[in-house]
Design a protein around this ligand. Structure first.
Ligand SMILES: NC(=O)c1ccc[n+]([C@@H]2O[C@H](COP(=O)([O-])OP(=O)(O)OC[C@H]3O[C@@H](n4cnc5c(N)ncnc54)[C@H](O)[C@@H]3O)[C@@H](O)[C@H]2O)c1
Length: 313
């Protein structure tokens, strides 16, 4: 472990800060490049660790990236403008960070570099009600965010020494919290206003706990040769559920919650799908943490951090 060097771009973010904490704990040599756009201290607890280094810079700086890529064995490119609203507001930046920088990265990486890339599965199931999706299903992203991520995945897959994960909607606490993700958002709003307003309540999504995503990445580092040159859906198979079921499960833990279904209002996000995670499960990784566990943890987290957490999207 001691000799494995990993570059994590965007390592100060929601997923990155938990990932780096786990990788440092396990003894990997970790370098993060991040602009610290949001939470400035999400990696502060790692600053004194000998196997951790933070470079505060832009991933679009090719000179810096060239050296960092050369000095590392694995690259986990997480830096991005994440989510449809943020990308709509900053179109040029979204394209240059989410797509152009990935093209440059792949050009700069020699064949031996191992890349692990995370994208969203949100392009599945668009316009196809109750669709069952596996990795062969067409991805038809509707947002600029989804399109940049899908195009970047295609670029990464040309680099044969790579593994791509298409993630379900992630839930759970982090050093850099996101309250836009559906489960996090519902729990946050349930506590704040004691009410949830749902439209398109029967639209189904797939979910996954944040530390299960991290475990999958660590599994893929350890089993790289077995998994490489492939793309995998990554979600909790028991959590292909509707928005209404999710709200009901939150209500089980927050009895005061009122759920209001709004009719005649459509969700701009047209996802309604059942995602199969069998491909990665057959390789030996299965997400385990339940929604109930994550909801419980989120309730404690939001109550404790009441004053510091704002709806950040
Ligand atoms: N969270 C999810 O549910 C989810 C699902 C699927 C895929 N992903 C992917 O995982 C990755 C991380 O997502 P996240 O939820 O942690 O997002 P995040 O917004 O919390 O983190 C992104 C990080 O990138 C950094 N960054 C942005 N532009 C940069 C630049 N030009 N140079 C250097 N750093 C820059 C930010 O400062 C931030 O720390 C993204 O690529 C995202 O598309 C996330």
């Amino acid at each position: 472990m001691k000799n494995i060097r990993i570059l994590v771009t965007g390592g100060a973010g929601y997923l990155g800060s938990i990932l780096c904490t786990e990788l440092v704990k396990r003894g990997y040599q970790i370098t993060v490049i991040d602009l610290l756009k949001y939470k400035k201290n999400s990696l502060k607890h790692l600053y004194k660790k000998k196997n951790f280094k933070l470079v505060k810079a832009d991933i679009r700086d090719n000179q810096i990236m060239k050296k960092l890529i050369k000095d590392n064995d694995y690259i986990i490119p997480l830096a991005a403008l994440v989510g449809a609203p943020l990308c709509e507001k900053n179109k040029k930046e979204a394209i240059s960070v989410n797509l152009s920088s990935i093209k440059s990265l792949v050009k700069m990486a020699d064949k031996k570099k191992r890349i692990i890339y995370l994208t969203t599965n949100s392009g599945y199931g668009i316009g196809a009600k109750n669709k069952f999706c596996d990795e062969r299903s067409p991805l038809r992203p509707i947002s600029l965010y989804g399109r940049t991520k899908c195009d970047a995945e295609k670029v990464i897959r040309k680099h044969k020494n790579s593994i791509c994960f298409r993630l379900a909607t992630v839930f759970g606490k982090s050093y850099r919290m996101r309250t836009d993700l559906l489960v996090n958002n519902f729990v946050f709003n349930a506590l704040k206003s004691k009410k949830l307003k749902l439209f398109e309540p029967n639209f189904r999504r797939n979910f996954i706990y944040i530390k299960d995503v991290i475990s999958a990445i660590i599994f893929s580092i350890k089993n790289f040769e077995k998994l490489k040159s492939n793309v995998y859906n990554l979600g909790l198979s028991s959590a292909n559920i509707s928005k209404l079921t999710l709200a009901t499960r939150i209500k089980k833990q927050l009895k005061f919650l009122k759920i209001e279904v709004i009719k005649n209002k459509s969700d701009p996000d047209k996802r309604d799908y059942f995602v199969s995670n069998k491909k990665i499960e057959k390789k030996g990784f299965k997400a385990k943490k339940t929604l109930e566990f994550g909801i419980k943890e989120l309730v404690v987290f939001f109550k404790r951090n009441k004053k510091r957490i704002i709806n950040n999207y």
